[in-house]
Design a protein around this ligand. Structure first.
Ligand code: GLN
Length: 473
């Protein structure tokens, strides 16, 4: 049924980069056989799951929506994909994303645009926009995304679904193509909090192959999901109501605060004085790590390689011209074949936003600047974490908006990177501080666009976070 749905509507939505129909039908048939034979079933047995095109799935393409990896097939399974297979899931296909997960609209994909199912002229958000759109459009009941600075929560909010970024270290990053390793987390998308919990339970837990994996069992969250939290203290943050928050989003979040009051929660004001530095800090640290992680794609070790015959011909022609002109200075300036191979391969393989991030990162890490930018960024990151530690002495969860406004038009922001970066205002802190955070629907704008709210909890408190979210539904 889901494959039929994809065939019927994905030409309009554009959620998928590849659909694995044959394998999905085999996996579904195997699940049917298990059921018929009365064999024990996995927690997601026979349930379709869409996966962002950034996690390795043995033998399948993993493009990261980049020309650089257009033909790359995964030689092994990421831990998350292996866990999904072990849970009995049917992996329907690979979803569109911003190239290497850099962006907030999915417009940075090298291959296609994804449209918001609520209004096809609008962005689904990003970078996991394909996964969010697939779930919102009922092309899959569940999907996997990744969140480095908001890429699960922001598209969940803009597409009217639930999306959770787990605690840093809760879900294995083994086999995840790295963007910013100290911020990246894999997490679930679903249409309800309970489904989110079931998918999270299937992928969470310690992994020996990820050196930053939390070394403890992840207790299943689904069994207690319907138990309301007694005496819940919900934190609200005046700093969240800074200029630029859309009036309808503010009203919807305020209504959610009232809802928690009705449910018997205590509402407590808490302060996050360094929240205003979140975006600046994130856009120093994330590009720095990205520039280092993406150094491997040079056309020799990994990734797209430029047409070498054309490159050598170009080089020979330049050398000949300089020699004929007797211009020794020009001759000296011509790159070696190897440098030219790297430069051309990277220029062709990476899109403009990825190149921008690499330049920002290399600059922030360069000698003479690293102390002023990168190390300063790490110091502010620590202050942001301390703000949360203090706030969580007084409250159990923190409630606020996920995004400053509902879904924007495709094309509206893509040429204005700074405005796009500012949309990450409410989401980056959870990554910088390593906290779990969830976005869930909390209303609709007058023009019929979904509005999301965000709940955050202390590290490793996913169970509390999900139960608090479930109470609100
Ligand atoms: N929008 C943010 C960025 O562009 C977040 C991306 C992400 O979480 N992968 O970096």
């Amino acid at each position: 049924a889901h494959l039929d749905r994809i065939t019927a509507i994905d030409a309009k939505v554009g959620a998928f980069l590849h659909v694995s129909s044959d394998r999905a039908l085999q996996q579904a048939a195997a699940a049917d056989e298990r059921r018929a034979a009365g064999k024990p079933l996995g927690p997601l047995d026979g349930v379709p799951v869409a996966v962002k095109d950034v996690l390795c799935d043995e033998g399948e393409l993993v493009t990261c929506a980049s020309r650089m990896l257009e033909h790359f097939r995964a030689p092994y399974d990421s831990t998350v994909v292996a866990k999904l297979k072990a849970a009995g899931a049917v992996l329907v296909g690979r979803t569109n994303m911003d190239e290497f997960a850099m962006g907030g609209s999915t417009e940075n994909s090298a291959f296609k645009k994804t449209h918001n199912p609520w209004d096809l002229t609008r962005s689904p958000g990003g970078s996991s926009g394909g996964s969010a759109a697939a779930v919102a459009a009922c092309e899959a009941p569940l999907a996997i995304g990744t969140d480095t600075g908001g890429s699960i929560r922001q598209p969940a909010a803009l597409c009217g679904i639930v999306g959770m970024k787990p605690t840093y270290g809760r879900v294995s990053r083994y086999g995840l193509v790295a963007f910013a390793s100290s911020l990246d987390q894999v997490g679930p998308f679903a249409r309800t909090v309970e489904d989110t919990a079931l998918l999270y339970d299937a992928i969470a837990g310690h992994c020996d192959r990820d050196s930053t994996s939390a070394n403890m069992e992840a207790k299943p969250t689904a069994p207690t999901i319907d138990e309301p939290l007694k005496g819940l203290r919900v934190g609200v943050v005046p700093e969240h109501y800074a200029d630029g928050l859309d009036a309808e989003v503010k009203a919807a979040v305020d209504a959610s605060v009232d809802r928690y009051k009705e449910l018997g929660a205590e509402i407590v004001e808490v302060h996050l004085p360094n929240a205003k530095h979140g975006v600046a800090t994130y856009y120093v640290i994330a590009p720095s790590e990205a520039s280092s992680n993406l150094a491997r794609y040079d056309g020799v070790h990994y990734g797209h390689r430029t047409d070498e015959t054309a490159m050598h011909a170009e080089l020979a022609a330049e050398r000949k011209a300089a020699t004929d002109a007797g211009d020794k200075a020009a001759l000296k300036k011509i790159d070696s074949a190897l440098v030219r191979l790297y430069r051309k391969s990277r220029s062709e393989g990476f899109g403009p936003e990825v190149q921008r991030r690499i330049m920002l990162g290399v600059y922030a890490l360069s000698e003479g600047y690293a102390d002023a930018y990168y190390l300063k960024g790490l110091q502010v990151r620590r202050l942001i974490r301390q703000d949360y530690d203090r706030a969580f002495e007084k409250v159990d969860v923190i409630l606020g908006p996920t995004t400053p406004a509902p879904a924007f038009k495709l094309g509206e922001l893509v040429d204005d990177p700074l405005s796009m970066y500012l949309l990450d205002l409410y989401t980056v802190a959870a990554n910088l501080a390593g906290l779990p955070a969830i976005s869930l629907p909390c209303g609709m704008s007058k023009s019929g666009l979904p509005i999301g709210m965000q709940l955050m909890a202390p590290p490793l408190e996913e169970e509390r976070l999900l139960r608090a979210a479930r109470m609100h539904e």
